[in-house]
Ligand binder design. Structure first.
Ligand code: UT7
Length: 336
């Protein structure tokens, strides 16, 4: 059996910076409220007037960087896995769009619909394909265009201020060195909480026709909904469990963690986890202050930035963990 390891990393963010003060143009909010509750100072939102960025085009741009850094070309990639909750189209997904945009051979493309833990799930799937020997190099992408679908008014402020756009990509490659690369992944779900963080329509349970027919200005079913405090309480518990599970499976302790990359849902959640595991500031990487919560893109953008800043070195123990809508959560433990 082979191991898999990350050989290339890249990210792409839309140019348009939206500060907390900018949000005051269309809702009753404040920089103070947003920073105090979430740690966010600004986020990137695609500006459709000046940019043709989309979920898949941002994914393709991030992927290009990752492939180049892996020392490969698009023709070396055997498979694409694309994680998003905001595909350009209801169907098909983003993976096939990237295959086309990068003019890749007719390789397989799979979309993963696991929201905030989407990249963790995608990486785990890629790892299994490499372990079995089926593929050698897999492109794993997380990308989101949230801004196009957020409710930009006071009614939507509890959700809208948190989310940002962006994309990240990794190339996962076959590795024959023992004890290196992905050591384990653990995935979980608890679907009874599906409605605590969701977007109800359009979907087969809530088609656009039904929404239009009702023509009800109070209908918010086509905007994301989040029961914030409920999600927060579950997040801190599940994050911790997923990290402990990953460490235990490898006979490791919290002191062995060189770098923890938590999903960037809320700086307060990340700080809680940091305290719980008694990690120093050098052992946790956060960038939610600059980009907000980019859902399936958040872990891979943060991982790439941390690596670019020289915060991840050869042989480091890197732990990725995420929790979100579904509920779904999980962790990946990597020996770099
Ligand atoms: O990535 C997926 C996983 N997601 C998460 O893990 C997110 C978890 N949840 C959270 O991060 C927090 O619950 C939020 C940041 C979303 C919200 O913070 P909170 O401390 O739970 O606030 P809240 O929803 O309880 O709202 C408190 C007050 C309310 O006013 P009243 O009813 O007390 O008068 C809200 O209407 O704050 C109000 N509020 C705002 N005020 C100014 C809500 N959003 C805003 C806003 N600006 N943007």
């Amino acid at each position: 059996m082979y191991n898999s390891k990350i050989t290339g990393l890249g990210y792409y963010l839309p140019e348009n910076v939206v500060t907390n003060d900018d949000l005051k143009e269309f809702m009753d909010t404040s920089d103070e409220w947003i920073q105090e509750r979430t740690g966010i100072k600004e986020r990137r939102w695609i500006d459709p007037k000046t940019s043709d960025d989309s979920t898949s085009s941002m994914g393709a741009k991030a992927a290009k960087v990752a492939i180049e850094r892996a020392g490969l070309t698009k023709d070396d990639i055997d498979f694409i896995i694309f994680a998003t909750l905001s595909p350009d189209m209801y169907f098909p997904g983003g993976g096939v769009r990237v295959q086309d945009m990068l003019d890749m051979p007719t390789i397989g493309a799979l979309d993963v619909r696991n929201q905030c833990s989407g990249f963790i799930y995608a990486l785990s799937v890629a790892d299994q394909f490499i372990k079995t020997g089926m593929y050698k190099n897999i492109l794993v992408i997380g990308s989101e265009n949230h801004s196009g679908g957020l409710e930009k008014s006071t009614r939507g402020r509890g959700v809208t201020v948190i989310f940002g756009d962006g994309a990240g990509a990794a190339v996962l490659s076959r590795c024959e060195e023992e004890g290196k690369g992905i050591l384990s992944s653990h995935l979980h779900s608890e679907g009874k909480y599906a409605r605590e963080l969701m977007l109800d329509g359009p979907a087969t349970g809530r088609w656009v026709d039904a929404i239009m027919e009702e023509n009800n200005p109070d209908d918010t079913s086509y905007y994301p909904y989040m029961n914030g405090q409920f999600v927060f309480k579950h997040a801190v518990v599940r994050f911790s469990e997923a990290i402990v599970e990953g460490l235990q499976a490898n006979g490791l302790q919290k002191e062995d963690i060189d770098m923890l990359i938590p999903h960037q849902a809320n700086l307060r959640i990340a700080q809680f986890i940091q305290r719980k595991f008694q990690l120093s500031d050098d052992n946790v990487y956060n960038n939610i202050m600059k980009y907000g919560n980019t859902t399936a893109a958040s872990v891979i953008i943060a991982l790439t930035e941390a690596w670019e800043l020289g915060k991840i070195k050869d042989n480091d123990l890197v732990v990725l963990a995420a929790f979100g809508s579904g509920f779904t959560w999980g962790s990946v433990v990597i020996r770099w």
